[in-house]
Design a protein around this ligand. Structure first.
Ligand SMILES: NC(=O)c1ccc[n+]([C@@H]2O[C@H](COP(=O)([O-])OP(=O)(O)OC[C@H]3O[C@@H](n4cnc5c(N)ncnc54)[C@H](O)[C@@H]3O)[C@@H](O)[C@H]2O)c1
Ligand SMILES: O=C[C@H](O)CS(=O)(=O)O
Length: 478
């Protein structure tokens, strides 16, 4: 059945609606600048109505059995699989990533629906051995209630289901504000969720004025939880705005991943891992390596192999099957990569590959710098682009110190054939996640998240459901 998945409207209380004042904002293809659609420019009024709808829908949704909620999530998963090619194409058009990466993201997004449909039915509480013979102690796990969610543009489908699936599985209702650059994937998900049986008011989408919408979501006492994925700067702001109503927070924020290659590493595996962890989504993922720390003995061989692989990458439109690297999301993203390259070269780095804009708007060639030093911007700021910066090190202790010299702590990677070293370094790195001899770590079955200024809480895994639950302790006089 040819479903219409391109829905240029907000979704509030089960109805597809325009902005109150009819205002709209363009959604553009980042590779061509062509406008794909216009979505509502909504603000405070629409957000209050969405919160009210979620609040009204909450009790009935929470009262459903976990099995009933699971079956709807499972149906939603199946509908996404039916439409995976259309969803992937829409995602590439609005976000720019190569179609094969968009297909992978759609599968990753459906996996969260399947995983939390399963987890919903295992949200067990506890019976505690009592402190007195005439007492019986229980711990219940109950849904938090109304959730506000705000998601980024780099994974416009998976970042949505990574929040919506556990929230609904737990019995919560949710108001989502997707990134203004990439709202269409979220709206398409809502279309399929509606068909899957998600009741009106359980899942709402408000598009448009981020500060206005965010201000209502963070200050409304009805919203008991805020789940945010995006930059650390925005995360700090939302955290401050949420303080007055003491909201439970999930914050998936910025990263600055170190990638350590020791002399005893498998060179081919390290280069493969480096390609995966650096150039996925043109380097626009929070877990992308931001700085490569390579031990002296393997440094030159690693750089030569890495450079050869990077030179083989094709830059182009995401819908072109020959493209390995798509455009960056906008001009400011390109400017940031350029600033990091210029700063590094001015401070003595060496350009090995790339170093210039691509042949089309929004493109930046995959780039490799060596002789990078700790005082360069690329070492302590998140580049969020296809720039690989290599820093040489001598000793294991030096590598750990370099890796931990950051306010961020999301992901880190290390390559070694020494198991004892793998344990030592993995335990010493200050990140929430570590890839050991692999450059690809994201999965729905494990807790994803960071420490330090990379965030609070975890998404995915068993822990991902607990982020949407409150514990209630019952003390019963027996
Ligand atoms: N840790 C993770 O899982 C993860 C995943 C993806 C992206 N990120 C991070 O996100 C950043 C890139 O995404 P981005 O550029 O969209 O981040 P961003 O913070 O600019 O925007 C993220 C979301 O926040 C909204 N937003 C921005 N200002 C707001 C405000 N004042 N009030 C309410 N909402 C507001 C945006 O509209 C968007 O929906 C990078 O730092 C990346 O590391 C982290
Ligand atoms: O940007 C980071 C997201 O979490 C995407 S993924 O989980 O690494 O695919």
């Amino acid at each position: 059945m040819g479903r219409e998945l391109l829905k240029p409207l907000g979704f509030i209380d089960g109805r597809w609606v325009p902005a109150d004042d009819g205002g709209t904002i363009a959604v553009d293809d980042p590779a061509t600048g062509e406008t794909i659609a216009r979505v509502p420019w909504m603000g405070a009024g629409e957000t209050h109505r969405a919160i009210d709808a979620a609040h009204r829908a909450g009790p009935d949704w929470a009262a459903r059995t976990a099995g009933e909620r699971a079956r709807i999530l499972r149906r939603w998963h199946d509908l996404m699989l039916e439409e995976q090619e259309a969803l992937a194409t829409l995602l590439t058009r609005e976000q720019g990533k190569p179609l094969r990466e968009a297909r992978a993201e759609i599968l990753h997004a459906t996996a969260f629906l399947e995983w939390f449909a399963e987890e919903a039915r295992r949200a067990h509480g506890e019976v505690i051995p009592a402190h007195a013979a005439d007492r019986r102690l229980l711990v219940l796990r109950q849904p938090i209630g109304v959730v506000g969610a705000i998601t980024p543009w780099n994974f416009p489908s998976a970042m949505v289901t990574r929040k919506v699936a556990p929230a609904l599985a737990a019995g919560c209702t949710i108001i989502l504000k997707p990134a203004e650059q990439t709202p269409l994937s979220a709206l398409a998900l809502a279309t399929l969720g509606e068909e899957a049986g998600v009741p009106p008011g359980v899942f709402n989408i408000v598009t448009g004025d981020a500060p206005a919408i965010g201000s209502v979501l963070t200050t409304s006492p009805v919203v008991r939880k805020l789940s945010f994925t995006g930059s650390t700067a925005t995360g700090r702001l939302l955290m401050r705005q949420s303080a007055e109503t003491v909201k439970k927070l999930s914050l998936e924020l910025g990263g600055n991943a170190p990638f350590l290659v020791f002399d005893d590493a498998d060179l081919d595996a390290a280069v493969e891992g480096a390609m995966l962890s650096k150039f996925r989504n043109a380097g626009q993922t929070c877990v992308c390596t931001n700085r490569f720390h390579v031990q002296s003995g393997i440094h030159d061989a690693f750089v030569d192999r890495f450079a050869a692989r990077i030179r083989g990458l094709r830059l182009g439109h995401g819908l072109d099957p020959a493209s390995d690297i798509g455009p960056l999301i906008d001009a400011s993203a390109v400017a940031k990569v350029e600033a990091h390259v210029a700063d590094a070269l001015a401070k003595g780095a060496e350009l090995v590959v790339g170093g210039r804009r691509g042949a089309f708007d929004g493109g930046y060639e995959p780039t490799l710098l060596t002789q990078v030093r700790a005082d360069m911007l690329v070492n302590h700021e998140e580049t969020f682009g296809p720039l690989a910066a290599v820093i040489r090190f001598e000793t294991e202790d030096q590598a750990i110190a370099l890796a931990n010299d950051s306010i961020f702590g999301l992901a880190g990677y290390l390559y070694t054939s020494d198991l004892a070293r793998a344990w030592r370094v993995a335990e010493a790195i200050e990140t929430g996640m570590v890839g050991i001899n692999t450059g690809l770590i994201s999965t729905e079955v494990a807790p994803f998240g960071g420490i330090k200024q990379s965030g609070l809480g975890r998404e995915g895994g068993r822990q991902g459901l607990e982020e949407y639950q409150e514990l209630k302790y019952l003390c019963i006089a027996a």
